[in-house]
Design a protein. Structure first.
Length: 174
């Protein structure tokens, strides 16, 4: 027949660990009692428990300093947010104060500058003049890769013959 175990297989190890833990607790208590007895008969000498107490006091004061730092940071963030909101309102007020200023939508291709970057100033002006305004500045641009039909017919999406074009899609006109 098979062997029947009354105790779990790890019973010995668990019992040993529990006994060691209980012994450590009793030893710490005995040290504390002995230290208290020594302190009552002799002049006060800082021991282990007083050092732990000082550590907790220092830790608590460090936490209160961290708390005040976080509160100060929160106050600064709130002030910055209020300042940003006021600046945005001021900028919006300046734009709405100009009654002839409008944002228009369109699709005007930007010229290529000598350095190879898109030059959208002329495209924004052209878009605004087409809507009856004198001049404009680009507000939103779109970039697209334009390829000849032969590239797509060959089953490719890009190639050396493709080029990047930039368009003004919205402009602030006056």
């Amino acid at each position: 027949m098979g062997t029947t175990h009354v105790f779990p297989p790890n019973f010995g190890r668990n019992t040993l660990l529990a006994a060691l833990g209980a012994g450590a607790i009793l030893f710490t208590g005995a040290l504390a009692f002995a230290e208290d007895a020594n302190q009552s008969t002799q002049a006060f000498k800082p021991g282990f428990l007083s050092a732990v107490g000082r550590w907790f006091d220092d830790f608590g004061s460090g936490l209160s300093g961290a708390r005040s730092g976080v509160e100060h940071l929160g106050n600064q963030a709130g002030a910055a947010a209020r300042s940003t909101v006021e600046e945005a309102k001021s900028a919006a007020g300046a734009v709405t104060a100009i009654p002839s200023t409008r944002v228009v939508r369109g699709h005007e291709k930007c010229a290529i500058a000598p350095n190879g970057a898109p030059d959208c100033v002329g495209a924004a002006n052209t878009m605004c003049k087409g809507k009856g305004f004198g001049s404009g500045k680009s507000v939103d641009m779109t970039t697209a890769e334009v390829c000849p039909a032969t590239v797509y017919l060959a089953g490719r999406n890009s190639g050396a013959e493709c080029r990047t074009e930039t368009f003004v899609s919205r402009a602030l006109c006056q």
